[in-house]
Design a protein around this ligand. Sequence first.
Ligand code: NAD
Length: 358
Amino acid sequence: MTKKILILPGDGIGQEVTSSAKEVLDFLIDEYQLNFEITNMDVGGTAYEKFGSPLPDNVLEEAKKSDAILFGAVGGPQWDDLGWDYRPEQALLGLRKELELFANLRPAFLFNELASASPIKNHIIENLDILIVRELTGGVYFGEPRAIVLDDPTPYAFNTMIYNEDEIRRIAKVAFESAQKRNGKLCSVEKANVLEVSKFWRSIVSDMAKDYPDVELTHQLADNTAMQLVLNPNQFDVIVSGNLFGDILSDIAATLTGSIGMLPSASLNSSSRGMYEPCHGSAPDIAGQNIANPIAMIASLAMALRFSLNEIGLADKIDNAIKQFIAQGFRTKDISTTDEYMSTSEVATKIIEIIKNG
Ligand code: NAD
């Protein structure tokens, strides 16, 4: 059966890094006779300029029909003053919401050769390999009611942090199953000492643990986890958390590796369709210079092959090629310690060469 892949480059370096990932994908399609159909469309500021909307209706329709979406990045200072509905970020939020992409998987791993780029001491960070599973479509970011109330003697604002049992169970299931495929450890993070919603979260996750006897479940308070990620990150295997705490913790974990251009992510729905994107943004400061690191995007392609396209062997080939690329000393500007580095376009060519040579 034909698998549909939608490529949404977006803005800034999104264009450059998706074009590198597409080069790798085109090579795999030719080499392994894959039955993939690829469509390329505009989103973000680029789509706003052309069509007056950051997420045109036809893009959303195409996204709903696709098995996997490769998303570059959106945003840029020229669109910062637009009204909320027209801002490039609406593309991302709209796709997450409309496709019900509730499970955000963000691996944070360190290539030991790049340990010097980390702000953390080498002996603490060595061999880092964590997966953060963040709930993406619920919690305080979406909870109702919410408002800023200015026509009051004491103006105030409020949001609602809410999770129902089904929302907790479906994200915890992804996390337990991920732990089963990794090192069998799951840490559930919330603030059960002060929040009712967290107490409820903890009780549901604890209840589910009996169905996963091979997974060692622990619970941690979010503030402690922030500290532990810096002090002793290797204690973690898989971390599961709600939208707010997961947002913060996944950025801390990404920063540990010292190289934002290296980290992929996946956002999945319950039928394993997903959107795959690098953790970084559109980097307007380096856009158009052919110096962006495309590895996060290429690694996101590997995640798409693994989670949505049922091509685990090819995902392994890409991941191994990235490891060899780094081990053989190839660097892009952001991770180079000398004046020598590869351009964005050269990286894809080298990765393909490494895959070809086995
Ligand atoms: P950013 O991630 O774009 O850039 C932060 C820094 O990291 C910059 O110095 C940039 O040059 C560098 N960098 C990022 N990716 C890189 C790569 N692949 N290779 C080499 N260097 C890289 O974050 P920002 O500067 O805070 O945001 C810029 C724009 O991106 C804003 O408009 C923001 O809203 C948007 N943004 C979009 C997403 C997304 O689309 N998912 C995520 C974050 C930020």
